[in-house]
Design a protein around this ligand. Structure first.
Ligand SMILES: *Cc1c(COP(=O)(O)O)cnc(C)c1O
Length: 366
């Protein structure tokens, strides 16, 4: 048996004629920076997300960084981040000179626990940055409520949550600004790097648009010290094709997740918990096991690829020794990292392969 964790080539193979034609259209157009293809993707992505604006960017990390800069968050400021996230969430805060202030997750959902946010707020706090981890929305209403009460901005890291719904409404405009990654492995992935922000705030959309293009609205006239972080038009054309298939692909992910949930009921593993208000898009299917390393090794020997998202929480990374945290400062994040395992999931995992994964997991856990 050989079931890889993810086969990125399969998505391309399914849509090869459409994607090849879209890329060829850009190559033939002679327009290689911004332009009509990026404009069209931005309009389509904003509409899909139910947001007034989308701004295409070079990657998801830049989306977070430019969202923070658009809100004038920088040196001396604090931003509340999940202790349990991919390190990019923290790195964006550090990149603008602000300080990431971690808050522990709800152990059931692995997403930031809104009830713990209040205690982390100080006079220096400027924003809360929840992540919709594994494609499952964080509990936005209480996060927005505590933020509003303290005059804080809310920035969503939606890099794993394309199409997910919170209380029936697509992720894309609940908070001040929502940040997206189109890294190839994401639910909506380019054939290279890509990113975007969506927002209903015209001021923030304008500001990110300015910042992504050298701080320039008019060629050789620079209003602010911007950066070069533009979505590539070839990638925009690819994303426009894939966006038309996103809902279908999400349905396939849902079917696999639901099959795993049924089949693994008796496995003794901790299975994903989905609150009633969440409609996740199953970027990852993450189980919990006290003997995780052993389980991963057994599955590996059975030919099944698994990954750990993520093996080292940001507060325990060498990159963050400067903040002086001990592992035990965020014990929920520390313990989750020891117990979680991501099983193969994606629109191109066949029903038979998903059944084989379930069977192998049951064999390894009994
Ligand atoms: C992928 C990811 C990012 C970063 O996106 P890039 O496009 O790789 O820069 C940020 N946050 C989370 C939660 C992610 O999963």
């Amino acid at each position: 048996m050989n079931i890889p964790f993810l086969d990125l080539g399969a998505a391309y193979r399914e849509l090869k004629p459409e994607i090849d034609a879209a890329m060829q259209r850009v190559l033939d157009s002679g327009w290689y920076i911004l332009g009509p293809e990026v404009d069209a993707f931005e309009a389509e992505w904003a509409a899909y997300c139910g947001a007034d604006h989308a701004v295409g960017l070079a990657n998801g990390l830049d989306a977070l960084v430019l969202a923070l800069r658009a809100l004038d968050i920088g040196a001396g400021d604090e931003v509340i981040v999940p202790s349990n996230t991919y390190i990019a969430t923290w790195l964006a805060v550090s990149a603008v000179g602000a300080r990431p202030v971690p808050v522990e997750p709800d152990p059931a959902t692995h997403n930031i626990d809104p009830a713990r946010i209040g205690a982390a707020i100080t006079p220096a706090t400027r924003a809360v940055l929840p992540v919709h981890l594994y494609g499952q929305p964080a509990d936005l209403d209480p996060i927005l409520a505590v933020a509003r009460q303290h005059g804080l901005a809310v920035i969503e890291d939606a890099a794993q949550a394309h199409g997910a719904r919170y209380k029936g409404q697509r992720i894309g405009a609940h908070a001040d600004v929502v940040c997206w990654s189109f890294y190839p492995g994401k639910n909506l992935g380019a054939l290279g790097d890509g990113g975007a922000i969506t927002t209903n705030r015209t001021d923030l959309a304008d500001r990110v648009r300015l910042l992504r293009n050298y701080g320039s609205r008019e060629k050789y006239v620079n209003d602010v010290q911007g950066v070069n972080s533009r979505l590539d038009p070839v990638q925009a054309a690819v994303l426009r094709v894939k966006l038309r298939h996103l809902d279908d692909w999400t349905d396939r992910r849902r079917a696999i997740a639901s099959a795993y949930c049924d089949a693994l009921q008796a496995s003794g593993l901790v299975l994903p918990h989905v609150p009633a208000w969440a409609d996740p898009v199953w970027h990852l299917y993450v189980v919990g096991a006290l003997n995780r390393d052993d389980l991963q090794a057994r599955l590996g020997r059975a030919g099944i690829g698994t990954l750990i998202h993520y093996p080292i929480p940001p507060h325990m990374q060498a990159a963050y020794t400067s903040l002086g945290f001990a592992p035990a400062d965020f014990p929920i994040a520390r313990d989750l990292a020891q117990q979680i395992l991501s099983l193969p999931i994606g629109p191109h995992l066949s029903t038979e392969d998903a059944q084989a994964v379930s069977a192998a997991v049951l064999e390894a856990t009994f």
